[in-house]
Ligand binder design. Sequence first.
Ligand code: 26M
Length: 796
Amino acid sequence: MARSVQTSSNFRDALLRHLTYTMGKDPEHAQPFDWRMALSHAIRDRIVDTWVASTRKTYEQDGKRVYYLSMEFLIGRLLEDGIFNLDMVEEAKEALESFGMDMRTILDDEPDAALGNGGLGRLAACFLDSLSTIGCPAYGYGIRYENGLFKQSFVDGCQVESPETWLQEPHPWEFERPEVRINIGFGGDVHFENGKTVWRPAEMIQAEAFDTPIVGWQGRWANTLRLWAGRAVDPFDLDLFNSGDFAAASEHEALARTISRVLYPEDSNEAGKELRLKQEYFFSAASIRDILRRFDSQHNDLKLLPEKIAIQLNDTHPAIAGPELLRILHDERGLSFEEALHITHHCMNYTNHTLLPEALERWDERLFGRLLPRHLDIINRIDDAHYKANPHRTLSARSDGQVKMGELSFIMANRVNGVSALHTDLMKQTVFKELNALHPDRIVNETNGVTPRRWLHSCNPALSGLITETIGEDWIADLEQLEKLEPSIEDQGWLDRFTDVKNANKAALCDYVAGVHGVNLNPEAMFDIQIKRMHEYKRQHLNILETIAHWQEIRDNPTADWVPRVKIFAGKAAQGYHFAKDIIHLINDVAKLVNADAATRDVLQVIFLPNYNVSLAERLVPAADLSEQISTAGKEASGTGNMKFALNGAPTIGTLDGANVEIRDHVGKENFFLFGMLADEVMQRRMMHDHAQQAINADPRLGRALEALRDGTFSPEDPGRYTHIADNLTWSDYFLVCSDFTDYWRAQREVDKAYQDRKAWAKMAALNTARSGWFSSDRTIHGYMCDIWGAKSLIP
Ligand code: 26M
């Protein structure tokens, strides 16, 4: 692709030009914000060169295009990403320094684009990076939320949410496309006119496109992320305005804009939110229109559709795209229902990201029918057609007065995939058991991955440098080359440098935590990190209970040879998820007491860092010694944080859940601290009515830790604060915290022992890096291209 070769002085000129003419500032008076904007525009110019060339080539070659539909794209910051992908780190740094500016300060000024909740949204962002690196012609479609995921802060140790406002300052990465506006209908009724079915919506909202170029490694290719924003079709009611009712005149616009106002926080407790369903249809329908418009500009035979496009549904959130495509082909384009269904089926694919029953999307059919009456008819007909071909009652997309988005997606899709080997097996055995029996070839596995550009090269420049010095730089786009590091791991000198890198990353994290939170962490201690959304199945409470028991044991015998640890937590809880919020409060209360305890503070510190997001993860992952991946087996579909830690040289303490299974297979069982029940043992154990009490009776350490929750040790001002957590664990414990506690304790003591032998530990850590190459999202995307999409790279 066109890569303009320019000297640093040219880049310095470009920077100054944008500072002057885009920002209207004199370097003498420019603030970090002005420099960031100038730098972003200068970098963006380079990206646009590639972007235009890629788009042109996509049209010329007319290969298959991939459309990734996702409610969430958790992309984080874009400036650093752009600089690294264009290989312009030194140029950018020098240019800024020539004006007396420090690049780190400028990069850290950028707010995160937090347009996602967690793993699902971050996966979509890694996939965009890999699609562009590979050169697969692809478009991401989603929603341009004005407010991303809420900001988290702590007041007296409790989570407090506040709105996130990333768009309050200008966002330099997007291009508004006022010419791409699509009207989306809601409600109304369905008529028959001249033998045709016509849906007459009662309400219209306009979707306006905003495009962000996503550039791949070395700027060889760039794809488009197109996000839709809500606008009023008729932005201003002139009659009302002329009559003097100014507020009512603009009400229209305000209402339409609410559709893209806020990202719903992942919240399985809250059912049936109408605005959520409207958001889902809004962006799915706009995307389908846009896809068809692009297809029509190059083709005139709808039968070619499955050959020219592949649509990937990122979970069931965009599932309504299936019936929408079918509706347009049948109602508007005049294909027979059967033909429309056939074509739709061969374009659609669906990724499942969770087996948790409470997270499977279902809509009340009255709400659904009120909002999307024609789609409800179509879903009935899809069900009928499926039923006729395969008579079976329990499989329908509509039953019990509900529309079941998982079943609908499965029935519509040509391929359905899970996100790790274990998860895919469990899908076949549980939620999709009967559908899988009917369509045994439909379910495939595509184990998740992470982009090595962001999650090693850019977040851990010191390790990236050491790796490149050792094996050359080809690993960045071909991560399995990391295995070439293995011989060096036998070399003590090399291993010492690997350890130096880790120590420097830990020191940098200590500086950050001291500067921002005023807490001094012990850089000599093992950094033991659990960062992810707060959820009972992820078992942050197992971690803190073990921490409590450990603290109690240290107090019993303060002079023993304890291995110093810093326990680091971060993660957000959904606003309505009270139990998860109470666990945050507990961890903060434990931290307060333990960090103040003179008898233990040299060997044990606990900290919960607020407002976990992508950029905080980029600081924490390179500094970790130990990665906590301790979900109840069978519950974590894959996990992707687990991969980031392994790649950055932090061994895992974990259960055989999700992709942990495959990580352990790759890094070797001697380099992974395994504990806990297996997925089938979990199901067995749960049948025992007194599983928790048995576990408590068998392990005095567990009993004593629970007792400390009950007696107010951590909340003397409010002694009853954590009784309900202790009670929950004693009397119900659905996620089997108690039953796994003893084995977790054992594994933690093995970690201590292993960490004492620093040379052996360094080797284990380095082997984790060397053997994690398979977990690149490039490998995952190649899998999708070959098994699901039938798409090809356009980079020669
Ligand atoms: C639901 C209703 C209303 C609002 C939001 C939601 C919702 C949003 C996101 C529900 C679930 C959502 O995400 C599920 C998710 O993130 N799953 C994770 O997907 C990752 C990528 O495949 C896996 O690695 C994780 O194991 C899995 O938990």
